[in-house]
Design a protein around this ligand. Sequence first.
Ligand code: SF4
Ligand code: SF4
Ligand code: FES
Length: 252
Amino acid sequence: MSTSATFRVWRGDETKGELVDYKTPVSEGMVVLDAIHQIQAEQANDLAVRWNCKAGKCGSCSAEINGKPKLMCMTRLSELPLDKPVTVEPMRSFKPIRDLVTDVSWNFRVKKEIKPFKPRTPDAPDGTWRMAQSDVDRVQEFRKCIECFLCQDVCHVLRDHKKHEEFIGPRFLVYAAALEMHPLDVEDRVADLKREHGIGYCNITKCCTKVCPESITITDNAIIPLKERVVDEFYDPLGKLVKIFSRRKKDA
Ligand code: SF4
Ligand code: SF4
Ligand code: FES
């Protein structure tokens, strides 16, 4: 690995910004977040960057590195071509606050609009529930989400078309899927998914799945099954009845 590299970092705020070059020493084992911290310590004390865990678990250090949505703390310099400047920019689906920090508060407002978990009546005299392991396993993947919002950043519906008021984005389709497919949940979110949450905007490009640092199969395992429920409910009521009937027969 070379002994120094240039980082082309976006500096600015909501009103304006530009890419600024910083040359800094690099060494074996460094990640992009290390380089940014080094630049902050030695050359640009006012450089704003959000991070917490440096272990790929808090979801705070999301950015666009050489144009790709990634976690800064999980992107090793050894994976990048250091013979040219490494660009580090904030996520583009959200308003910039300063430098690499964006305003992701919209995501937390969206989350509150999704109907919460509503468990069915306990099925044992001691007030507990029984669940099939296969049903538990099905939703386990969705619980790995670290809310980094990289999937929201890459989704063209939010990024290019700015449909934030009409579409909840892949992160919250994963969240809705975790609730809808939960073996104890009895709430119905299907009409909301169609009308309020804009699931129809997703055209299954799978860009969200490709950038997820937790390798959640967002499109195939969360979005497509939810889209099927919407189709069953709104466009194929007969098919829906058949499915409910066969599910009841299976459970009997
Ligand atoms: S698959 Fe759907 S949600 Fe995911 S990036 Fe593409 S349009 Fe967005
Ligand atoms: S689904 Fe994946 S990419 Fe999207 S917020 Fe969760 S962890 Fe990040
Ligand atoms: S600092 Fe927590 S995920 Fe990168």
